[in-house]
Design a protein around this ligand. Structure first.
Ligand SMILES: Nc1ncnc2c1ncn2[C@@H]1O[C@H](COP(=O)(O)OP(=O)(O)OP(=O)(O)O)[C@@H](O)[C@H]1O
Ligand SMILES: [Mg+2]
Length: 372
């Protein structure tokens, strides 16, 4: 039993490392970790019995296959111009997302601010004119990873009935050589053609980093700001939205009036929001009679929305495997959650949260100074 626990922990660790490496584009590291995870699952299968053994063998095989495919993806890397063509095609197919404000847990103040600033001006332009209310300018969403920034961005587009053009700062930077400014220009031009559109720039810090450190960055920031200025203000139905985990790294010129002038903090979910996300993840899942979701709400104070979803997903693993083995419904219990909680800490640290709090305090004192 002890062996099994150790092997399970080792397996989780390799999978986590593999996923992280894959997300960062470190394919050979990802491949190696997935391969090790597959081998560990194979060892777990060897000490298992019956259908559980089969299910685990199958899982080990699938993980090894996945690691092999990572290698292929790298080899098939496209040329820059092929990638540009793909981007333009993708932009031409931009759609209105199907994520509503009601799907986003908590964040009531954030939703209200966004409604006033971004949604109502495009839905009720006459009313805004009547009250001579200022509109335009972009919004920057910032906060720890996995708190729903991308999700809210999609919900804004959905509520405003706007087509959603999403780009990642790091993707733009990696292609920002030679002709690829044209590509960005075509993104703005394409979005500008629509009745209503949102350009969402994720990872804004990698695109609009502070100037004065690196000349490539400075050139890029200047060019991008020029493009923003060229479009913003002229078309009230083209909205700009950015997101970042590192707001302190963004050049202050990017957050000047008419650009990403409003900054909105997206914090970790509070109790009510955690309850909402946990309930949604466990909806229609067979749980034990004494299953107490409130206990999990209390146990997950620092967990992000994305963490909570992963927690629920992992807690279902063991009951599911047992259900396959016994061909009976095996209910999820609080113990299943506790087993996962013991090896799955929150992805955001207290130190990181402190950094956000300090940044927020700085903004507030800056605003107070401006007012006085
Ligand atoms: N407030 C929330 N309400 C409902 N679901 C949430 C919430 N926050 C996170 N989630 C869940 O977590 C997933 C990941 O969230 P999302 O990608 O929007 O986070 P993010 O803040 O953009 O993270 P990152 O900074 O890493 O890009 C979402 O798809 C959603 O399922
Ligand atoms: Mg995101």
């Amino acid at each position: 039993m002890q062996d099994l626990e150790l092997l399970n922990n080792t397996f989780e660790l390799y999978m986590k490392k593999g996923k992280e490496a894959k997300d960062k584009g470190k394919f050979s590291l990802a491949k190696r970790n997935f391969m090790l995870a597959g081998e560990t699952m194979m060892q777990i299968a060897k000490i298992s019995q019956g259908k559980l053994k089969e299910a685990r063998l199958d899982r080990a095989r699938r993980i090894v296959e996945l690691s092999e495919r990572i290698g292929e993806e790298k080899e098939k890397k496209k040329t820059d111009s092929e990638e540009e063509d793909d981007d333009v095609k993708k932009w031409q197919q931009a759609e209105i997302p199907n994520v509503h404000f009601d799907d986003v847990a908590g964040l009531d103040d954030v939703k209200k601010a966004i409604k006033i600033r971004m949604i109502n001006p495009v839905l009720y332009p006459d009313k805004y004119k009547l009250y001579n209310k200022k509109t335009g300018g972009g919004v920057l969403l910032y906060g720890p990873p996995g708190t729903g920034k991308t999700m809210i961005a999609k919900a804004i587009a959905c509520e405003a009935k706007a087509k959603f053009y999403a780009v990642k700062g790091s993707d733009i930077v990696s292609k920002w050589v030679g002709e690829s400014e044209k590509n960005i220009n075509s993104l703005f031009a394409e979005a500008n053609k629509q009745d209503r559109a949102i350009i969402f720039i994720d990872e804004m810090d990698s695109l609009l980093g502070k100037r004065g450190v690196d000349t490539h960055n400075d050139k890029r920031v200047n060019e991008f700001l020029q493009q923003i200025d060229g479009f913003s203000g002229k078309n009230p139905n083209l909205l700009l939205l950015g997101a970042t985990n590192r707001p302190w790294d963004i050049d202050t010129a990017a957050t000047r009036s008419g650009r990403f002038s409003q900054k909105i903090y997206i914090p970790l979910p509070d109790e009510e929001a955690r309850r909402f996300i946990l309930k949604k993840s466990m909806k229609n899942v067979p749980v034990a009679k004494d299953f107490d979701i409130e206990k999990i709400v209390k146990q997950t104070e620092m967990y992000s929305g994305a963490d909570l979803e992963e927690l629920c997903d992992r807690a279902k693993d063991e009951p599911l495997l047992k259900a396959i083995e016994t061909d009976k419904v095996v209910e999820v219990t609080n113990k299943d959650f506790e087993n996962v909680l013991a090896i799955f800490p929150p992805s955001v640290t207290e130190k990181e949260i402190k950094q956000f709090e300090e940044y927020n305090n700085d903004i507030e004192s800056l605003l107070k100074k401006k007012k006085s």
